[in-house]
Design a protein around this ligand. Structure first.
Ligand SMILES: *Cc1c(COP(=O)(O)O)cnc(C)c1O
Length: 448
């Protein structure tokens, strides 16, 4: 039997043979700066040649511990053998026909499986596109067609993508929107629930959001509300209990489509099929992308059948949308999730991370708020005893960790969050090592 998570390398610590980045990476990076625009950012300029499980091997032969998984994509581990085998087998059979010209069965089967695993037992339909942003765009299109209304409401601290419509939905202007306007009209942002900063219960935060929706937009024009159940780029903001179901209830009562953007938090990452389940939320439309095919590009829009049928035939699709190779990989991912083992691994990762970070916070009270679910955990760096962000420190910790061969991602609207999106193949010992490296980084900044 194939292991459900890909952990082929017994290494527990990074293995560094050069400084980070090494000379070969630096040489490629110099070429990149001539050939690739700076707008395509770079968190860590090490150029990767191989990846397996939780490990990245760069062109200089360094093995780095990857706690970002390409931003929550390779949840079951890099190059999982079952995923690779499924994609290779499909590539040998057929790589493209275009589902809207001559279809293929694995697309239909994936729609059936997502209907089964997304929250709620109502009739559902799904279709597939290439990226998260495209999934968001399509959910908005369908919501408008279904309701006959114009406006879409997104939450403060949201991130939904880099296309024109989704740029208008993001919280942060820089870097996502700066210089790129004019933006799509009929997008409004409303307050979210952020227990650390607003001190509100879920019911209070929902009442505040709903007041904005009713007063600023008005139900007559509101097509959809979109929410990440746990906000990703915003810094893994976990809403207060009851907030999301109260919003869904209000949306249902007012004929507004409630869209859950599960692109970062879905598909096993938080220890459940979908993070909506953690909050008792049954959304009208669920968006998937990132982790759905363990590294191949694919995104899904799954929703109530009547909503999904609102678009005219030919109104949805795209040349590469629902590519059969990506879909074959997604079936392998769902096969592995159906064993239930990845959910247990996510719970283990959460315990190891949260316990390790709590312990560290005794020594370093700058670690101000540890939160998240499963393999989606973050902490804020705060002026001790306050909610004042220490933005520079997050970058210093990530830089120190990189020197030690540990790839950490930052996040948050204030740039002061360290977020962990490891693959479920990461071992407890590897997590403990990463926490130790963070402690070293904090000790070093104190010594300065
Ligand atoms: C990454 C992300 C997106 C955008 O997905 P792309 O595939 O980068 O277009 C949208 N929503 C959330 C919550 C994300 O994390």
């Amino acid at each position: 039997m194939t292991a459900t998570v890909n952990a082929p390398v017994s290494l527990q610590r990074p293995e560094l043979v050069t400084e980070i980045p090494g000379p070969k990476s630096r040489a490629i990076h110099a070429r990149r700066e001539q050939a690739v625009p700076r707008g395509v950012g770079c968190a860590l300029p090490v150029y990767i040649e191989y990846a397996d499980g939780a490990w990245l091997t760069d062109v200089d032969g360094n093995r780095l511990l990857d706690l970002g998984s390409g931003i929550g994509v390779t949840t079951l581990g890099h190059t999982h053998p079952a995923v690779v085998a499924a994609a290779k087998a499909q590539l040998d059979r057929v790589s493209h026909t275009l589902f809207t010209v001559t279809p293929y069965e694995n697309y239909v089967r994936l729609a059936e499986r997502l209907a089964e695993h997304t929250p709620g037992d109502h009739a559902k339909k799904s279709f597939f596109v290439n990226s998260g942003a495209e999934a968001v765009e399509n959910a908005v299109k369908i919501s408008r067609a279904f309701t006959g209304r114009r406006v879409v409401a997104a939450l403060d601290h949201a991130f939904h993508g880099r296309t024109n419509l989704t740029m208008a939905m993001n919280h942060r202007a820089a870097p996502y929107g700066t210089g790129f306007g004019p933006f799509a009209p009929d997008v409004q942002r409303v307050p979210n629930s952020s227990p650390l900063r607003d001190g509100l219960t879920g019911a209070e935060a929902a009442a505040r959001t709903i007041e904005y929706l009713e007063q600023r937009i008005g139900v007559a024009d509101l097509a959809a509300v979109i929410a990440e159940p746990i906000q990703g780029e915003g810094g893994f903001i976990v809403p207060a209990e009851g907030y999301l179901p109260a919003l869904q209830e209000w949306a249902t009562a007012n004929g507004v489509v409630f869209i859950a953007d599960e692109i970062q938090a879905g598909l096993g990452r938080t220890g459940t099929w979908f993070s909506s389940e953690l909050f008792g939320l049954v959304p009208d439309v669920v968006l998937t992308a990132k982790g759905i095919a363990d590294g191949l590009p694919l995104a899904g829009i799954t929703g109530r059948a009547d909503i999904m049928d609102a678009a005219l035939p030919g109104g949805l699709g795209g040349t590469f949308s629902g590519n059969p190779v990506s879909i074959a990989a997604a079936h392998a991912v769902l096969d592995l999730l159906e064993t239930g083992e990845p959910f247990a691994e996510a719970a283990r990762v959460e315990r190891a991370l949260v316990d390790g970070l709590r312990e560290l916070a005794h020594t370093y009270p700058e670690i101000g708020d540890i939160r998240g679910h499963g393999a989606m955990v973050a902490f804020e760096l705060l002026q001790p005893g306050t909610t004042t962000p220490l933005a520079g420190l997050a970058g210093e910790i990530a830089a120190h960790a990189a020197e030690q061969g540990v790839l950490l991602l930052t996040a948050g609207s204030y740039g002061n969050v360290i977020r962990f999106l490891p693959s479920l193949a990461v071992t407890t010992e590897q997590i403990e090592y990463a926490v130790e490296v963070i402690g070293d980084a904090l000790a070093r900044t104190r010594a300065q």
